[in-house]
Design a protein around this ligand. Structure first.
Ligand code: TNX
Length: 512
């Protein structure tokens, strides 16, 4: 990793407040390499975005979206034009050059000089990521100079995710789209949506309409709740897709099922529907594992969900099934996994599945913490050795619902307080004993919402910690350093402010 400063160019500061770091030094996530060299490019009223000719529909769309993202803060017209030659911001697909190849093909090269900025990648996804880097090289507001130099970049991990729990407290597609925008600018590429839990069922399922109609009409604390229509879900998937963010939907089974059990008496072993639940306890509900009707339900729900979801993964939960005996749990998860496979998708489940029988190819999401038992850890390590890719979500690092400190109002503290420095300071490639980096698919930061009820609370808990997750997922191991990161994080403040993000001004970050 090399990073050289571009000092002494006043124009490059634009309207930014004086910052200690030059633009190439403050990129977040840190790129593989960034080198400032030579004069920069005047990003101004004459700037055009070039995507052609013959670049194809998708590259054109990436150019249009980048133009839109740059127009707002700069106030510039930024027309998108065909024709690769000429000054401007030039988007180009180029299969050659190992430096742009990477896991998931999201790598890119950015070169800037007096005639413009070249964004070069093997795929449109790579061009989109390059555009997000460019956004950090232009002033927070208004025109200015993009410093001269080169960024070469590719992600460390293929999976860089954030999860939102819209079951405990309901949130609209609008709010989740806003989060997708916030995350995609830091190169997060997966949005995991926790769609169902004891307190609410949040997605319309045609074959079982009462799930959303009745099971969705409540939430923690007894508010009205709500649910997404299939069209709203499709709209989110499309919106995320344009930003190269995959949606991974979760139906949490066989526990966390009270909303479904309350909606359909036939799903209960005793044929009686329980009350809807508005509290915050976990681990008390279970699907009726011995009943065939249960599997018709699982097949219908996962079938409709698979049909709505272009991504490869369906998350089937499997956590905290304390009301399901271990043998029943394993038998149920066998069948649920078979259903996912039959609908053409790959299973993701919480790491408790490691202690049952994960199906070939199933991905396990680890949510343990420093006090997780050696037995649980070694079951997960054994599954990784057997070829199950891991998503790491250690609760005492990246659970965004954990309070920063005692004074944090929203959130929980069962895994301890998680200040920004603690959230950032761990190495996903060497986190679990016996799990090599090659077994780690990536990292994810879940936001559970038992005690997070508004957009302001959501943003306070997610920001700035989720930026650390983004860097842990993207940046090379050698670049991970709290001192460097904390300065770069502080330098993001004007951007977060300009976007109206209600982040926590955490005391461990050197905000100016
Ligand atoms: C554990 S993590 C849960 C959730 C809670 C969360 C609160 C996991 C797979 N299960 O049901 O919402 O803790 O932090």
């Amino acid at each position: 990793v090399s990073c050289t400063a571009a000092h002494g160019d006043d124009a490059s500061a634009g309207d930014d407040p004086p910052a200690a770091l030059a633009p190439f030094e403050r990129l977040l996530p840190a790129p593989v390499s960034a080198r400032a060299e030579g004069p920069g490019y005047a990003f101004g009223p004459g700037t055009v975005i070039r995507t052609g000719p013959g670049a194809g529909e998708e590259v054109r769309r990436v150019g249009e979206l980048l133009a839109e993202q740059l127009r707002g803060p700069s106030g510039l017209p930024l027309p998108v034009v065909d024709g690769a030659r000429g000054d401007g911001i030039r988007l180009r697909i180029d299969g050659r050059g190992a430096e742009v190849g990477d896991p998931g093909d999201e790598g890119y090269r950015l070169e800037s000089g007096p005639s413009g900025v070249d964004l070069v990648a093997r795929t449109p996804a790579g061009l989109f990521r390059a555009g997000q880097t460019l956004r950090q090289l232009v002033p927070v507001a208004g025109p200015g100079t993009v410093p001269g130099g080169t960024v070469t970049d590719r992600p460390r991990f293929a999976y860089r995710g954030a999860m939102v729990d819209i079951a405990r407290h309901f949130f609209t597609v609008e709010q989740v789209k806003r989060y997708v925008d916030q995350l995609a600018q830091y190169k997060v590429n997966t949005l995991h949506v926790h769609l169902t839990d004891d307190q609410g069922w949040r997605l319309a399922i045609d074959s079982w309409p009462r799930l959303a109609q009745y099971g969705g009409a409540s939430e923690v604390g007894g508010g009205p709740g709500g649910h997404w229509t299939k069209d709203e879900y499709r709209e989110l998937v499309a919106y995320a897709g344009e930003r190269y963010v995959d949606v991974v939907p979760e139906i949490d089974m066989p526990g966390h099922m009270n909303a479904a059990l309350a909606s359909y008496a036939e799903l209960n072993c005793d044929g009686k529907a329980p009350q809807r639940y508005t509290g915050t306890k976990v681990g008390f509900s279970s699907l009726c594992v011995g009943k065939e009707r249960t599997y018709a339900f699982v097949d219908d729900v996962l079938g409709e969900l698979a049909a709505l979801t272009p991504g490869r993964y369906l998350h089937i939960g499997g956590d905290e099934a304390h009301a399901t005996p271990a043998a029943d749990y394993a038998a149920f998860m066998d069948r649920a996994q078979e259903v996912v496979g039959r609908h053409g998708k790959t299973v993701v489940a919480w790491h408790q599945l490691a202690s049952a029988r994960p199906a070939a190819g199933a991905v396990l999401q680890y949510w343990g913490h420093d006090r997780t038992s050696a037995a649980d850890r070694s079951a997960v390590a054994a599954a990784a050795k057997a070829g199950h890719p891991l998503i790491l979500s250690p609760a005492d690092r990246v659970y965004l619902d954990m309070k920063y400190e005692a004074a944090t109002k929203p959130g929980l503290a069962w895994a301890g307080y998680v200040p920004v420095a603690r959230s950032y300071s761990w190495n996903p490639g060497a986190y679990l004993a016996g799990v090599p980096e090659s077994a780690v698919l990536g990292v994810e930061a879940p936001l559970w919402t038992e005690n997070v009820a508004t957009r302001a609370e959501w943003e306070l808990m997610a920001f700035p910690r989720v930026l650390g997750l983004a860097e842990l997922g993207w940046s090379p191991a050698a670049a991970l350093d709290w001192t460097s990161y904390s300065l770069r994080l502080a330098a993001q403040a004007p951007r977060l402010d300009a976007q109206g993000i209600a982040y926590h001004r955490a005391p461990d970050v050197p905000w100016s």
